[in-house]
Design a protein around this ligand. Structure first.
Ligand code: IVH
Length: 667
């Protein structure tokens, strides 16, 4: 028999580990183990506590939900605790859940003919609670530890999916998930790279980091989304069934996730879970499973809750597509602004149909946090549209070698620097070949000069053979120089030269973006251009004048002033002018063709990012809203358009493509 001492030690160990993981997941938004491993630990602890109740620790994590409460926000005690959900990973566990529910209920009732389930997607974001008084939004609270949360009302008000006023003048508490759409994450990360900040590892971390921002303006800029799924004391509003509650929320003005199914039996539940597991990458946002809830509130009440989770619901979690492999080495990539990114060299491994040999390690904080070392076995994940990333260490090797971040640039040897308040480490040498290569990749990219004929391999050659030592020299390339490079046929040369020529008339905003001024992304560049009548104005503008431009922050204004004051900027513009670049500001591109027309944008697009489309519409005096209503004139829909498209169809709103929008404004 196992000694009681051993059990006690194991419980102690599990309590300690789970608490640590809770802190990492909920407070630091940096989980170091997968959900599956976490759940296994919680299940083991639950089992031991059930069988050895006298050994339960008073502060056992099985009694409370995840995180803690930050000191930066006012505390708020939830009237009704915010619960978590028990997890399941297999069909068998769903069948067990169904059997458990029926067994418990049959102790109370004679027959269960109307027992059915409501299935919803399990959004991968974070839970919040909204309090409405007389139909008016008065408070927004995080889950916190389940009992006490943080008052984030000001931030919540910046989320456009959250109605500030409901249709009825009701007192009600609505709970749901704040999340970030996938293409917003891509845009935010692009912007963060431009700003020299570390990228968010995933949409959940980005949403969690955003909601606790002290500056609510930033919350507005990030464009978070929201889906509700729970009404506290729903019966008080005359509601009797979960799916009816979702419909009620819709009537009150919420956007409800359209993919739920109502009144399903357990076979339909299983079919729904399996179906969405296959389609998990098909939507514009992340969901990591399905939530199965008993439909009838009368049964929910009879089933009751455990300390942490309701007995009437279960989460079916999808298996994550991960692979296990060995971290053989670490390379250091130099970005165009000099930021150094550690990249894992992996023993090649198959992952979602592709061989993965490299994965990002994000930054030095990430390496330290996860405790990764060379020769360790690591878990690698490949999220949709995102480069593969190391998620965690799965096995520490006996001959592990600590990863030592270089102090000198791996390309040019210059001493690396780190700015205060920023984890990113960078090479300050503007002549660094690593930076130049990255800058050239940026300059030829679609959002900048869009020169598809020049790829990474050609850039590598041009930089190494010093055919180009500054990006502007791209425009000095001629057929002789190009033909001297490897694999350069006559046709390719002609194509590249004609693309370069065409790029000269691409417009000032794109030129500014291509230049790579710190913090100046596509959007900022367009804002800058629309606020001046000639590019010469930039050279005499004061910091205050830059920051007066709507959308340009204080920090960016200072960086712009520094840039335009520099000799480099003057030389650059002189050079570009001499080489026939067109700096005309085509104010006539904008117009009033969309005057007062209301647009909603959804999905991802080939030619524009969503923020570019927004700017385009605004520059023609159209209005861009984030949710579809009867008053919406057009929904511009791209790939993976979600609920907004469905809503447009419901309301009979005209749906157009990006090219149809271009036609409307005659681009
Ligand atoms: S119901 C008592 N429904 O999953 C009701 N939760 O792992 C508890 N979640 O804390 C929540 N989508 O943050 C529910 N459709 C959905 C959900 C959902 C995502 C999250 C929520 C919850 C966590 C539990």
């Amino acid at each position: 028999m196992v000694s009681e001492k051993k059990i006690q030690n194991r419980i102690k160990e599990l309590v300690k580990e789970i608490k640590e993981h809770n802190q990492k997941y909920y407070d630091q938004d940096l989980p170091v183990i997968t959900d599956f491993e976490y759940d296994t630990k919680v299940k083991e602890l639950g089992y031991l506590e059930e069988n050895y109740p006298h050994l339960i620790f008073a502060d056992s994590p099985t009694n409370k939900v995840g995180g803690t409460v930050s000191a930066s926000f006012q505390k708020y005690k939830h009237q009704v605790p915010m619960l978590s959900l028990a997890n399941s990973y297999s069909k068998q566990e769903l069948l067990d859940f169904d059997a458990r529910v029926k067994k418990t209920l049959l102790k109370e009732v004679n027959e269960l003919e109307d027992l059915t389930y409501c299935c919803e997607l399990k959004m991968d974001g974070l839970a919040i609670s909204l309090i409405y008084e007389q139909g008016v939004l008065v408070k927004g609270i995080t889950r916190g530890d389940g009992k006490t949360g943080e008052d984030i009302t000001e931030n919540i008000k910046m989320i456009s999916d959250i109605p500030k006023q409901l249709l009825s003048k009701v007192d009600v508490e609505v709970r749901g998930e704040v999340y970030l759409e996938k293409d917003r994450l891509i845009e935010i990360n692009k912007q963060r790279t431009i700003e020299g900040e570390a990228e968010f590892a995933n949409a959940r971390n980005a949403a969690a980091g955003t909601i606790r921002q002290l500056d609510s303006k930033i919350v507005g800029e990030r464009e978070l989304s929201f889906y509700p799924y729970f009404v506290v004391a729903a019966a008080e509003h005359g509601l009797v069934v979960q799916s009816q509650m979702l419909e009620w929320l819709k009537q009150q003005g919420f956007q409800v996730n359209e993919h739920y199914i109502a009144k399903a039996n357990i076979s339909q539940v299983i079919a729904y879970c399996e179906d969405w597991e296959k389609k998990r990458d098909s939507l514009g946002y992340e969901f990591d499973g399905v939530v199965v809830k008993v439909e009838e509130f009368k049964y929910q009440e009879l089933l009751g809750t455990n300390m942490k989770t309701p007995k009437w619901a279960i989460a079916f979690k999808f298996f994550e597509e991960v692979a296990n492999t060995v971290l053989e080495d670490v390379l250091y990539q130099v970005g165009r602004l000099g930021t150094i990114t550690p990249v894992a060299v992996l023993k090649p491994v198959e992952l979602s149909g592709a061989t993965v040999e490299r994965a990002t390690l994000h930054n030095s904080d990430f390496i330290e946090e996860k405790g990764v070392a060379i020769n360790d076995e690591v878990v690698v994940k490949r999220a949709a549209e995102v480069i593969p990333a190391v998620v965690m260490v799965s096995h520490r090797s006996e001959n592990r070698k600590e990863i030592v971040f270089p102090t000198e640039c791996p390309v040019c040897g210059t001493l690396l620097k780190q700015e205060e308040d920023n984890v990113a480490i960078y090479c300050p040498n503007i002549k660094c070949k690593g930076r130049l290569k990255a800058q050239l990749i940026h300059v030829v990219s679609r959002d900048a000069f869009n020169i598809s004929g020049i790829g990474d391999k050609l850039i590598e050659q041009m930089v190494e053979q010093e055919v180009v030592t500054d990006w502007v020299q791209l425009f000095e390339l001629d057929s002789e120089k190009l033909s001297s490079l490897e694999r350069m046929g006559e046709k390719t040369v002609t194509n590249i030269l004609s693309q370069l020529e065409k790029a000269k008339s691409i417009g000032l905003a794109k030129i500014l973006f291509a230049t790579g001024i710190k913090q100046v992304g596509v959007r900022a560049a367009e804002l800058l251009v629309s606020s001046v009548s000639s590019y010469n104005d930039f050279f005499s503008m004061k910091v205050e004048e830059f920051s007066e431009i709507d959308g340009i922050g204080e920090k960016t204004a200072c960086l712009l002033k520094d840039f335009f004051e520099s000799e480099r900027a003057r030389e650059l513009f002189r050079y570009l002018e001499e080489h026939g670049f067109n700096f005309e500001i085509e104010k006539n591109i904008s117009g009033s063709s969309l005057l007062n027309k209301k647009f909603v944008i959804t999905g991802s697009f080939d030619k524009y990012s969503r923020s570019e489309l927004t700017d385009l519409i605004k520059s023609h005096q159209g209005i861009v809203a984030s949710s579809v209503s009867k008053n919406t004139d057009f929904v511009v829909a791209g790939d993976n358009a979600g609920s907004k498209l469905q809503k447009a169809q419901e309301f009979g709103v005209q749906v157009i493509s990006e090219s149809q929008l271009e036609e409307m404004i005659k681009i």
